[in-house]
Design a protein around this ligand. Structure first.
Ligand code: FAD
Length: 479
């Protein structure tokens, strides 16, 4: 008989959280800490969603999405997780750019960027200051007509090199383009510029296991290998969730699964207003990624000057569509040194990431798919030679992941790395107006994505849920 992963689960909970990405984990933890009974259902055998890692023989351990996040993670982890988790967050010192327009290393903060923009790129200091102040002053409620491209044209007309410096890392960080609303750029860029780029010392496994421990202490009922097939709605209210064929009652659901998958697959469009359905149908998915995971021989040493995060490109100009092309010209290399990413044989691990279109990786035979993956590995090794001489000899293990891999493990439609585009946020926020007790917390809307964005979104949604549960349990005040 197959194992029953829901054995011993209650028949009813205050809240059911679907998915254990960072947004789902954070919402579950906060609500349990408030004393609510919380069931966390994860379809995969591991917690973390895209914040994950995998092991290979020989002491190899690879992180999938631990490349960098803003300083704000320290505050969010301290408040909503623990001091110990916050204490493991450290700065990445070496952020490098190497492309036909410029090669430089930066600490990726406002002081250093001001210095670069004025002294190296020759922009007037007042202009740089005004740009930074405008970007920092942006918020979600601002006019959303201006695009990021227009913002750059306003401050740095005709300066493709400056646009490249300012935009390339953000496009990599959340898939945003020059055509997206300027606030999607301004908020994320300013978050990074406040203090630089940070990472989690010890690796994603340490973070997620630490979170699991805290959730258990707070009483979250955690169930892996538990796939939610259906959310049942009765009279425009959440009624239950069905996972692994078993129905569990609840009045509140926080879905951390893909926004469109939640609306159209888990619930069904017949439960929503026509206008809402139209808006939800128009929500664009974010792009996906390819990655190549490489580990060096145990004795091999890589000079720290090589950098931590290297934005490399061979494209003559910066174009967002080029960043997605199967004909790869841009790669972001993350170097993991054994002191910050411990592993059994003190190996240096390198992960190369590239934004990618799902359509470029589907519809092929298994044979073609395998060949395409091998080609991706080979061209990546070629590109790495420039920064790691004799890379081919030094890399002991290499393997690749594609949009199909990300879709397979997380059920994100088309393997979207950052959920949905900007318009997804309004649809996500409007869910409880459509169905009482229905919430979504997870990568969407560019701002609410990435490790920090989705943790913060989990906090916002947990507060919304708490307010609803509080109202439901308080007797109505009568006059
Ligand atoms: C290659 C790559 C590199 C990245 N690099 C960075 C980076 O350097 N810095 C950064 O900040 N961010 C990075 N990100 C983005 C970041 O990882 C995500 O934005 C974030 O982890 C998403 O969290 P989430 O809460 O939206 O949930 P997700 O991680 O999307 O998890 C959703 C969870 O829901 C589960 N689920 C789905 N459907 C069901 C169901 N029906 N039943 C039960 N469970 C279900 C899935 O299995 C999954 O565990 C990267 C992403 C990728 C793919």
């Amino acid at each position: 008989m197959p194992k029953d992963f829901l054995s011993g689960a209650q028949d009813q909970y205050d809240v059911v959280v679907i998915g254990s990405g960072l947004g789902g984990l954070t919402a579950a933890n906060i609500l349990a800490r408030e004393g609510r009974s919380v069931l966390l259902l994860e379809q995969h055998y591991k917690l973390g969603g895209m914040a994950t890692w995998f092991k290979r023989p020989g002491g190899n351990i690879f992180d999938i999405s631990l490349h960098g996040f803003p300083h704000g993670m320290i505050k969010s982890c301290k408040r909503y997780w623990s001091q110990e988790i916050a204490d493991s967050i450290i700065q990445l010192e070496g952020v490098r750019f190497d492309n036909p327009m410029f090669s430089l290393t930066t600490s990726f903060n406002r002081t250093d960027f001001t210095n670069l923009l004025t002294n190296r790129f020759g922009i007037a200091p007042d202009q740089v200051d005004e740009f930074f102040n405008t970007a920092r002053g942006m918020n979600f409620y601002d006019d959303q007509d201006m695009t990021t491209g227009q913002l750059f044209e306003k401050y740095f007309p005709g300066r493709e090199d400056v646009v490249r410096l300012l935009m390339e890392p953000i496009t990599y960080a959340n898939g945003s383009t020059l055509e997206d609303p300027a606030i999607t750029y301004g908020i994320v860029f300013s978050n990074f510029m406040s203090k630089g780029v940070f990472t989690f010392e010890g690796g994603t496994d340490k973070l997620v296991k630490g979170m699991e421990k805290i959730m258990k202490k707070n009483g979250v009922d955690i169930r892996i290998n538990s796939n939610v097939e259906k959310i049942t709605v009765k009279n425009s209210q959440i009624h239950s969730v069905t996972a692994n064929g078993r129905e569990i009652k609840t009045s509140c659901v926080v879905s951390n699964a893909n926004l469109r998958g939640t609306i159209f697959d888990l619930i069904g469009k017949e439960h929503f207003d026509k206008e809402f359905v139209r808006d939800a149908e128009e929500v664009r998915l974010n792009n996906s990624s390819t990655q190549v995971y490489m580990s060096l021989n145990p004795q091999d040493h890589v000079d720290r000057e090589t950098g931590d995060l290297l934005f490399s490109s061979t494209a003559a100009r910066f174009q967002t569509d080029l960043l997605l092309s199967r004909n790869i010209t841009s790669r972001t290399f993350s170097f993991y040194y054994p002191d910050t990413r411990p592993n059994k044989f003190d190996r240096v691990m390198i992960v190369s990431s590239t934004n990618a279109n799902y359509s470029d990786w589907t519809g092929m035979s298994l044979e073609q798919y395998k060949e395409s993956k091998s080609e991706l590995i080979e061209t990546t090794l070629d590109a790495l030679e420039k920064y790691l001489p004799d890379a081919r000899k030094r890399v002991e293990h290499a393997e690749a992941a594609t949009p199909v891999t990300f879709e397979h493990y997380t059920k994100h439609i088309e393997g979207a790395s950052f959920g949905t585009k900007f318009e997804g946020l309004a649809v996500s926020r409007a869910l409880p107006e459509q169905i009482s007790g229905l919430y979504h917390a997870g990568s969407c809307g560019i701002i609410m994505s990435g490790w920090l964005g989705t943790i913060n979104y989990g906090v916002i949604v947990a507060n919304d849920v708490e307010n609803l549960l509080h109202k439901q349990s308080s007797p109505a005040i009568s006059g």
